[in-house]
Design a protein around this ligand. Structure first.
Ligand code: SAM
Length: 263
């Protein structure tokens, strides 16, 4: 496995990790949505990444199919799950073509995935195909509120635009809405709620590093040279604006879960 890819996978992990109590609240909410009719529950996660959502459920003893198309993410996932892998099946596969039979799992989890797939209807169709009757689609997403973080990201965007590359933001929320509409058109009734709310500290340096590593999906389409030039200017701007890049600011975070039950 390439060192760089694995390093980026770990960096992604640090940025998005949930505090243990939050991870527990999310796992409880997801497990609470299951209806298994006496069978052993089987979860499938599309785009499992490094296992942020999966590991707390696996640790509770659930059978879990961890699917992702990125071997670097799966490598980190395998290392983290090493002690609890007994009931885990790792699938290196595309979420738009899931190598599982129809009606074979009780829950499909999709967290921060749809916006990465221009042809998301294919992945949604696959999720619904592999769910058993009475099974649940569990879609989740984080929200982050922080003036400082927003200021840094918007400055990066302005600098990249000066390089001639317009950047689209807000795709994630728009895509969630599109998926919800698609589910309603199928006669399903998705229900969303906030399942966790917490605060974290972050430094401007950490936010800059996350931008530099392109850990946010909105940064990923900009050509490398333009990104590097914008980043060089952004570090200078941040030093002028924040002074001490290691003085933390507060970030308010929440996690939201949308549950859609089949039949
Ligand atoms: N669900 C995890 C979480 O919330 O921590 C990971 C989210 S991460 C933003 C998205 C993951 O989806 C990445 O690991 C990426 O490799 C994976 N992914 C993107 N497109 C995919 C596809 N077409 N098939 C399978 N996995 C995909």
């Amino acid at each position: 496995m390439g060192y760089t890819l694995t390093r980026v996978a770990y960096a992604y992990d640090r940025l998005r990790a949930h505090p243990p109590e939050v991870a527990g609240q999310i796992a409880t909410a997801m497990a609470g949505a299951l209806q298994t009719r006496g069978e052993e529950a089987v979860f499938l996660e599309l785009g499992v990444g490094t296992g942020r959502i999966a590991l707390p459920l696996i640790a509770r003893g659930y059978r879990y199919i961890a699917l992702d198309h990125d071997p670097a993410m799966l490598e980190v996932f395998r290392q983290k799950a090493a002690g609890v892998m007994r009931k885990v099946q790792v699938l290196e596969a595309d979420a738009r073509k899931v190598p599982l039979p129809d009606e074979s799992v009780h829950a499909v989890i999709a967290v921060h995935l749809w916006h990465l797939l221009p042809d998301w209807p294919k992945a949604l169709a696959e999720a619904l195909r592999v769910l058993k009757p009475g099974g649940v689609l569990l879609e989740g997403w984080d929200r982050v509120v922080s003036e400082e973080e927003w200021a840094l990201q918007e400055k990066w965007r302005a600098l990249v635009e000066e390089e001639g590359f317009p950047v689209e933001r807000g795709l994630h929320q728009r895509r969630l809405k599109e998926v919800e509409e698609a589910l309603r058109r199928l006669g399903l009734r998705p229900k969303a709620r906030q399942v966790a709310l917490w605060r974290e500290e972050r430094t401007p340096r950490e936010s800059l590093e996350a931008l530099q590593e392109r850990l946010y999906s909105f940064t990923q389409r900009v050509p490398q040279e333009a990104h590097e030039r914008a980043m060089a200017r952004l570090w200078t701007w941040a030093e002028g604006t924040f002074g001490d890049l290691d003085r933390p600011f507060t970030v308010e975070k929440s996690f939201h879960l949308r549950v859609t039950r089949l039949g």
